[in-house]
Design a protein around this ligand. Structure first.
Ligand code: 5AD
Ligand code: SF4
Length: 471
């Protein structure tokens, strides 16, 4: 028997990359690779990269600098270390990566992970291998299962890709260029994945896609199904108690999705709905194809069918031409909606996107950085205060928690509320995988601390969970 080879994957960026990393692990397992936590003793290191903002992109090159030392050290010890760059930087920069960082053996774009074994073999012969082509258009349907390679269940909660790519072409965004045009997976394949995961102990599924509510996968009736229709079908699968989806575009919220929230208890009342800006002028320059009022109306449609629904969002500050007045419109929209949390970013020009060529109309140079920092701080303060108020409002309430794993503190089990807040209780590991009511006593930073409703806590000593998802 050959000794297993060690694989280390470092993922940056979005949930899709986390999922893709798991797929790469599962694709390479039959080749004898097992995961290791340290890059230094790995035989293969994969950097699964993100290109969304310049900072994310540049991280790759500093990491490759560190890996060069590790690779040299391995070579001195007579061991070969291979280095692969995957993800969106691989897609966007291709062979430029090998030119800039000769330490890299393989460059592989997000549509080609199923070819990793062949690419590694090619690199062994040719010294390097690159694959960043987008396959034929309907990659999910026409190819012999290129993408799904259904991932192994890894605990209670799992991602399932339902679509990939985006046709929206927001002017700041690289996704349509790195992940390609929007493609949906056929419903039957998604159902198979979810059934298999449920049979292996998964209780919560998050459907993921760059523009998940543009989903239009082919159903068993031969017609395209909407995300709402898919949610109804998945809710019937035995063992699945919670359904989520991310990330949605406000323009693609249809009645079926709203009805799914109204009718299906398993569909969690927490929606990530990025708006990016509250200024109509900026929204137009961003090519978002909706106004701030359209967005607020969409939020109201959800709230009308589920009053306990909460929202999170993404914001960009300092988009080209953003004035103080535009920025104040963003703050006003945040106040109007009231978020449970949100991510905010400084605008980062991305090569090849239309916004990268837009002329600044207000601030330039150093001044601009200072203005952006200041706006980001103001926006984050407002979002933080909304998030803190949202979390505080849980104290004293009894809320449903899906328990996932043993917590770091011995005897404690941690799970998540409907709003993804971590919640800790002292309890037996037997509760892992169950949804139970918890009375929340206090808040420690972002974690809720409570007691199982109607239970007296057991001694805080049993620490081995029945099933774990890692740290
Ligand atoms: N600059 C800053 N933030 C960006 N995002 C996408 N592209 C850029 C960019 N060029 C943000 C958006 C998006 C999130 C995933 O990243 O807010 O919703
Ligand atoms: Fe990028 Fe989202 Fe806009 Fe698509 S909808 S281009 S992924 S920001």
């Amino acid at each position: 028997m050959t000794t297993p080879r060690k694989l280390h994957i470092k993922s940056y960026g979005c949930q899709m990359n986390v999922y893709d990393a798991q797929r790469m692990v599962d694709t390479l397992a039959p080749e004898g690779f097992v995961e290791t936590a340290s890059a230094e003793d790995a035989d293969l290191v994969i950097l699964n990269t993100c290109h969304i903002r310049e900072k994310a992109s540049e991280k790759v090159y500093s990491e490759l600098g560190r890996l060069r030392t590790a690779k040299d050290e391995a070579a001195r010890n007579g061991r070969e270390m291979r280095i692969a760059v995957a993800g969106c930087v691989a897609q966007a920069e291709g062979s430029e990566i090998i030119r800039r960082a000769p330490v890299v053996d393989v460059v592989v774009g997000p549509q080609s992970y199923h070819h990793l074994p062949q690419l590694l073999a090619k690199a062994k012969i040719d010294g390097r291998a690159i694959e960043t082509e987008f396959p034929i258009e309907d990659k999910f349907a026409a190819l012999p299962d290129p993408k799904p390679a259904v991932i192994r269940a890894r605990g209670i909660s799992s991602f399932v890709t339902v679509q990939e790519g985006c046709d929206k072409f927001c002017t700041f965004c690289v996704v349509p260029y790195t992940r390609g045009m929007e493609v949906s997976r056929p419903v039957a394949r998604i159902i198979d994945d979810v059934k298999r995961l449920a049979d292996n102990g998964v209780r919560e599924i998050t459907l993921i896609g760059q523009n998940v509510n543009a989903f239009h996968g082919e159903g068993d009736d031969g017609k395209p199904w909407s995300l709402g229709k898919l949610l109804y079908r998945l809710a019937d699968i035995r063992g699945i108690v919670r359904l989520r989806y991310s990330t949605s575009h406000p323009r693609d919220v249809d009645d079926a999705l709203i009805e799914a929230h109204r009718d299906i208890p398993a569909v969690m009342p927490f929606v990530h709905l990025p708006v990016q800006s509250g200024s109509d002028r900026i929204l137009e320059a961003m090519n978002r194809k909706h106004t701030a009022a359209d967005y607020a109306r969409t939020v109201e449609r959800f709230r009308k069918v589920r009053e306990d629904i909460a929202f999170s969002s993404d914001f960009i500050v300092g988009f080209p031409g953003e004035t103080e007045e535009d920025f104040l419109a963003t703050l006003a929209l945040v106040r109007q909606i009231g978020y449970a949390g949100a991510y905010s970013f400084k605008y980062s020009p991305r090569p090849g996107t239309p916004a990268a060529d837009m002329r600044e109309t207000v601030t330039t140079g150093l001044d601009k950085t200072a203005v952006m920092d200041e706006r980001l701080a103001r926006l984050q303060d407002l979002i933080d205060s909304q998030q803190a108020a949202f979390n505080k409002a849980a104290i004293g309430k009894t809320v449903d928690v899906l328990f996932e794993r043993a917590a770091r503190n011995p005897g404690q089990i941690v799970g998540r509320t409907a709003y993804l807040q971590p919640a800790h209780v002292v309890a037996s590991p037997d509760i892992i995988g169950q949804v139970l009511p918890v009375t929340i006593d206090s808040l420690e930073r972002y974690s809720l601390i409570g007691k199982l409703a109607g239970h007296t806590p057991i001694a805080a000593s049993r620490s081995q969970p029945a099933m774990t998802t890692g740290a």
